[in-house]
Design a protein around this ligand. Structure first.
Ligand SMILES: Cc1cc2nc3c(=O)[nH]c(=O)nc-3n(C[C@H](O)[C@H](O)[C@H](O)COP(=O)(O)OP(=O)(O)OC[C@H]3O[C@@H](n4cnc5c(N)ncnc54)[C@H](O)[C@@H]3O)c2cc1C
Length: 417
């Protein structure tokens, strides 16, 4: 693997860019692996990378039914933040935010992490109280978050409309300055490259049809489009399709799969310096380095595996964007798309062991798992390698739905991206 450096860039520029090696090889499955990871999104590829790098487990395959990063990793609006209410969530998401800071250097791959800040606008008394509660809880957990007046919001993000006569006037906002965005594809590519360099096989265009269990009930391997592949351990990280894969092992997950949509505008010059979220009006927006406004919509109100989502949600989102940022009223939208999200009842993820021996799951990230990618990958690798959860992901077990120890970020935030 060629190491990216200023020197290698100059050298290759002078020699017609012929010296670059492939980033990861096309692999045919071996007969047997120590660990198989189902799903080559950021979480699955990252878990393979940390299994190899931190636990010395390199006989690993990551298998995807499509191309790597083609699931929600390559479809999301890339908002990264850790200002969640509950202690468990703050620890989980802040672990990831910590890891984002040095990820490009760690992977020797520019994931374009930009901590430009995330501003959450309050439009009513309930928003004000709820965000101030979040700020206090976050500070107790060492997570940065502070309150801005409407004028300070405008100063931080000039396109925000703070006209007091607006239908939903801005009454202030909660700002997490360490929050931001990253380049989603680069995260998948960087982890894939790092994992492949350590001996991990990445197998694309190969659907996992079923998980096979032996006579003792433990995992034996996976049935795929390219035949049966034996494995000592299997970790499923298949996002919107987790329920379908896990059902084949006899494990039912408390998840509902729903399409979530996003859209981008025509590119314009830099005018939007941060991420802004408005939960009440339900608009959220940032600007990509290409200049497009990246706009997030909501989930459809019904379960579905159709990867496109309904038009009424896009209309609602555009209305909300026009309300909060009237300066964008006449911009043209370029394209929209959807991804299938896997949502738990408490809108917190599940990372851990399952009732089946040697079968692990990483799921339930719903509409907000991109921000957690390095953290969740790191914790999944730990859990698989040690056969026990890391203290950070221990509360995010599957059992919480039987014990009742939910981590109810759904009720706390009313939005999850
Ligand atoms: C429109 C949209 C906007 C979003 N915005 C944000 C945001 O701003 N911030 C944020 O934090 N999160 C956001 N999210 C959520 C985030 O994208 C996901 O939580 C995260 O990317 C999940 O990563 P993953 O690696 O678990 O899943 P994925 O990237 O979806 O990877 C799972 C992989 O599993 C594969 N797979 C499925 N079934 C099988 C099978 N049977 N066999 C083999 N492979 C299989 C799929 O092909 C896929 O590549 C958004 C999601 C969407 C759809």
């Amino acid at each position: 693997m060629t190491k990216f450096s200023a020197l290698s860039l100059v050298k290759n520029a002078l020699t017609g860019h012929k010296g670059w090696t492939e980033q990861w090889p096309e692999c045919e499955p071996k007969k047997e692996y120590d660990v198989i990871i189902v799903g080559a999104g950021g979480h699955g590829l990252g878990a393979a990378y940390y299994l190899a790098k931190e636990h010395g487990i390199t006989n690993v395959a990551v298998i995807d039914k499509g191309w790597l990063g083609g699931g929600n990793t390559g479809r999301n609006t890339t908002i990264i933040r850790s200002n969640y209410l509950y202690d468990e969530s703050a620890r989980l998401f802040d672990h990831a935010v910590d890891m984002w800071q040095g990820l490009s250097q760690e992977l020797n791959y520019n994931v374009m992490y930009s901590n430009r800040g995330c501003l959450m606008l309050a439009h009513n008394v309930h928003d004000v109280q709820s965000f101030q509660r979040h700020i206090h809880a976050n500070r107790l957990n060492g997570v940065d978050n502070r309150w801005l007046t409407p004028e300070e919001c405008k100063e931080y993000c000039p396109p925000v409309n703070i006209d007091k006569n607006a239908r939903y006037p801005v009454m202030g906002g909660a700002l997490q300055e360490r929050a931001g965005t990253a380049r989603h594809d680069a995260v998948a590519w960087g982890y894939a490259r790092g994992a492949a360099a350590r001996g991990v096989d990445i197998i694309q265009n190969c659907m996992v049809r079923a998980i096979r269990r032996g006579p003792d009930g433990a995992v034996m391997g996976v049935e795929t489009d390219r035949g049966f592949i034996k494995a000592k351990k299997v970790a499923v990280s298949a996002s919107g399709h987790n329920t379908m894969v896990m059902e084949t092992a006899g494990v039912r997950l408390p998840l509902e799969s729903m399409p979530l949509q996003a859209l981008v505008s025509e590119p314009v010059k830099p005018c939007f310096p941060c991420v802004v979220m408005s939960n009440a009006v339900h608009a959220y927006c940032s600007q990509s380095d290409k200049g497009e406004l990246v706009i997030g919509s909501g989930t459809d109100q019904y379960v579905s595996y159709s990867q496109r989502g309904g038009l009424p949600l896009i209309e609602h989102t555009i209305a909300a964007i026009s309300e909060v940022f009237p300066i964008f009223n006449r911009m043209r939208m370029l394209r929209k798309w959807g991804g299938i999200t896997d949502n738990t009842p408490d809108r917190s993820p599940i990372i851990g062991k399952t009732p089946v021996k040697n079968l692990y799951v990483n799921c339930g990230w719903g509409t907000g798992g991109f921000k957690a990618t390095p953290g969740s990958a790191h914790l999944l690798a730990y859990t698989v390698a040690k056969d026990e959860p890391h203290p950070i992901n221990a509360p995010f077990s599957l059992e919480r739905f039987t014990t009742g120890r939910l981590i109810d970020e759904a009720a706390a935030a009313a939005v999850a991206h």
